[in-house]
Design a protein around this ligand. Structure first.
Ligand code: IPD
Ligand code: CA
Ligand code: CA
Ligand code: CA
Length: 274
């Protein structure tokens, strides 16, 4: 077999190819009967499609680069992610609940990390045929159009997106009150139900900011790079750097009001969540 060197260009092409293929497969399977299981509860679903799509993407990656590591939501990861020089972090369907109920507003998220540094991020929305991608140092794109977050947005004029602040846990730690106050300050709040898509929408300026409590690495691995390369800022809610390999809270937004938004969320400091 012909082995391709893992140049950034080749990795980007493969990531895009995997994302398109995964998206096409999930749309096809959506139109046929498939099984749905509860992972931990009735609000935590996994379908046979999530598993099939993830398997397909992993096969495509390892066929070209057998020495790379792949961390995916639905598969058991072997070993320590740090052992791989190149690590792919994938979410085959981000927004499984939307996939099952809405049949729209879900995405596939594929990222490539080298020595812990994000180098490529791809998020594909198959229902709308929208491909968001970024290469470290080379910018972010939506269907080939360069994304640039240079609008001077004020917090009062911002359309903010938040997720999972309206559950029991958020209530227990008190963050729901802070987000409620924030809702009174901004122009409007939205909740789409796919973190990867929500981050991509921040990069595209369709949303001005996105805030969430604990997300998994595969939810934000690609989207955070797309926001950063578009010129936005992404950190934990307390302003600390976002990790790449563990659960984390997240705030991603236009630079113009990052400090102000962080100040608001700082009221949550001391509350115990990561
Ligand atoms: C979920 C989505 C959702 C977020 C959840 C995630 P999944 O991912 O990204 O927007 O609020 O925390 O678990 O499970 O549908 O891949
Ligand atoms: Ca899930
Ligand atoms: Ca996810
Ligand atoms: Ca998923």
């Amino acid at each position: 077999i012909h082995v391709q060197p893992a140049s950034i260009e080749n990795l980007r092409e493969l990531a895009i190819q995997c994302a398109r293929e995964a998206g096409k497969l999930s749309l096809l399977r959506m139109s046929q009967p498939y099984t749905v299981e509860y992972k931990t509860s009735a609000s935590d679903l996994v379908t046979a499609v999530d598993k099939e799509v993830e398997k397909r993407v992993i096969e495509m990656i390892l066929a070209k680069y057998p020495e790379h590591g792949v961390l995916g939501e639905e598969s058991t990861f072997q070993g320590d992610p740090h052992q791989f020089e190149t690590l792919w972090i994938i979410d085959p369907i981000d927004g499984t609940t939307n996939f099952v109920h809405q049949q729209i507003n879900f995405s596939v998220s594929i990222a490539v990390y080298q020595k812990g540094q994000g180098v490529i991020g791809v998020v594909y929305d198959p229902s709308r045929d929208e491909l968001f991608y970024a290469v470290k140092g080379e910018g972010a794109y939506l269907n080939g159009r360069k994304l640039k977050l240079d609008r001077q947005v004020k917090l009062e004029e911002a359309l903010l997106c938040t997720s999972v602040f309206w559950n029991k846990r958020a209530e227990q730690i008190g963050i729901d009150r802070i987000v409620k106050q924030l809702a009174g300050k901004v122009r409007g709040m939205r909740l789409l139900g796919s973190a990867a898509l929500e981050l991509s929408y921040v990069a595209a300026g369709r949303l001005d900011g996105y805030v969430s409590m604990s997300l998994n690495a595969w939810d934000f691995a690609a989207g955070r790079l797309i926001v950063e390369e578009a010129g936005g800022i992404v950190t934990k809610i307390n302003g600390q750097p976002l990790p790449y390999d563990e659960k984390s809270s997240i705030m991603a937004c236009n630079q113009a009001f990052y400090e102000e938004l962080k100040h608001y969320l700082r009221k949550s400091e001391g509350l115990n969540f990561n």
